[in-house]
Design a protein around this ligand. Structure first.
Ligand code: NAI
Ligand code: MG
Length: 364
């Protein structure tokens, strides 16, 4: 049987995105050999501030056309505020992908590894291991609203939150499905129905309806304020957490922050129906303060590539799942034994850590 080949659009972007991307490709080359999975790369230099400086736009007009045949997008980071304002670089690239490719799930694992000190006292590896599912296309982040009587005493501003039945049900279903596939089969729904007294009770009602279809998944709902506190006080009690766009944005920074450095946290922007390519990227940005020195931690980028491979395989048993698990095991081993980059207190370069992960991946 000819081996399965996936077409991957590779977009390094700016700053450390350019430095960590080769380490993800190095790991993918190893799993390609080891698990007989083909990757056909489409290397893309746009969606970067360098491209913007030459063309006065972040992406070519036919960007959607160019990405049409891609099975997934592997993305580094975008942004170089010294030359291009962030709202231009982000809205001109990443946010276009998320919206126009209907990547309505933002998925972020939070996991504490051995060898990585947690900012939370007395937490050890295994204590924190959960997934945050954030709605990525509507909710509080809407473009409906405006300012009236600007600059006068009567100045008013309004911005509407938009919760559609379609948009809410699909994110809840995705999260319950995910919980059902995990060992703990537990899910927490973030809400604020005591304060946001129209849309949040409605969101809770949708959650109850979806929950009824998953009798084997234990669920509860928690107000966002106490939920944030519990991420810090009792992170061990969470398995899957699902939230609206704004609440999910906050939780998905707080969760990974509880597990140490931002240099570890991966994410997926998913279109689960696979009508459009999904995008996998580290949570961190382009880190201009350390860019160009080959000292960035490549783990978040490599882990993002592992999430991509698992997604390509349908998140079920198979060579893609095996490849994902093998990459994670290699990451786990390197975090435990070193080498480490500076954010983890080590002295190793991006390349050294990337090579160590790939070597363990090849030798395991
Ligand atoms: P950042 O995530 O780039 O950096 C925050 C801090 O974490 C910096 O001190 C940086 O050195 C450190 N850091 C980040 N990644 C690291 C890694 N892999 N290893 C070691 N240390 C790491 O966030 P910041 O500085 O707020 O934003 C810089 C640029 O990135 C801006 O243009 C921003 O808009 C953009 N950005 C892009 C994102 C994306 O492409 N998804 C996400 C976040 C920011
Ligand atoms: Mg954020």
């Amino acid at each position: 049987m000819p081996k399965k080949t996936y077409r991957i659009a590779v977009i390094p972007g700016d700053g450390i995105g350019v430095e960590v991307m080769p380490e993800a490709l190095r790991a993918l080359d190893v799993v390609s050999q080891r698990f007989d999975i083909g990757f056909d790369y489409q290397h893309i230099e746009w969606a970067s501030c360098d491209y913007y400086m030459k063309h006065r736009q972040m992406m070519p007009d036919d960007w959607k056309e160019q990405l049409k045949g891609a099975d997934a997008i592997l993305f580094g980071a975008v942004g170089w505020p010294a030359t291009v304002p962030d709202h231009i670089s982000l809205w001109g690239s990443l946010l276009k992908f998320r919206r126009e490719f209907d990547q309505y799930i933002n998925l972020r694992p939070a996991r504490l590894f051995e060898g990585v000190p947690s900012p939370l006292a007395n937490r050890k590896a295994g204590d924190i291991d959960f997934m945050i599912v954030r709605e990525n296309t509507e909710g509080e982040y809407s473009s409906v609203g405006g300012v009236m009587y600007e600059g006068t005493e009567r100045e008013v501003v309004m911005q509407q939150s938009i919760f559609s039945r379609h948009g809410t049900e699909r994110v809840l279903k995705y999260a319950f499905d995910l919980a059902q596939r995990r060992a703990a089969k537990k899910i927490t729904v973030a809400t604020k129905s005591n304060g946001i007294a129209i849309s949040m009770p409605w969101w809770d009602a949708r959650a109850a309806e979806v929950a009824a279809q998953y009798p084997d998944v234990a669920w509860d709902k928690q107000h966002i304020d106490i939920l944030c506190a519990r991420f810090v006080m009792n992170p061990d009690r969470f398995d899957v957490v699902v939230a609206s766009n704004l609440f999910g944005d906050i939780l998905s920074d707080l969760g990974p922050a509880c597990t140490g450095t931002i240099g570890l946290a991966p994410s997926g922007n998913l279109n689960p129906e696979r009508k459009f390519p999904s995008l996998f990227e580290p949570v961190h940005g382009s880190a201009p303060d350390i860019a160009g020195k080959n000292i960035a931690n490549p783990v978040a980028m490599i882990w993002s590539a592992a999430m991509m491979v698992d997604f390509l395989g349908g998140n079920v048993a198979g060579p893609e799942r095996d490849a994902h698990d093998a990459i994670l095991a290699a990451i786990e081993d390197v975090l435990k034994k070193g080498p480490h980059t500076g954010d983890l207190g080590g002295k190793a370069s991006t390349t050294e850590v990337g090579m160590a992960i790939s070597e363990r991946l090849a030798g395991a």
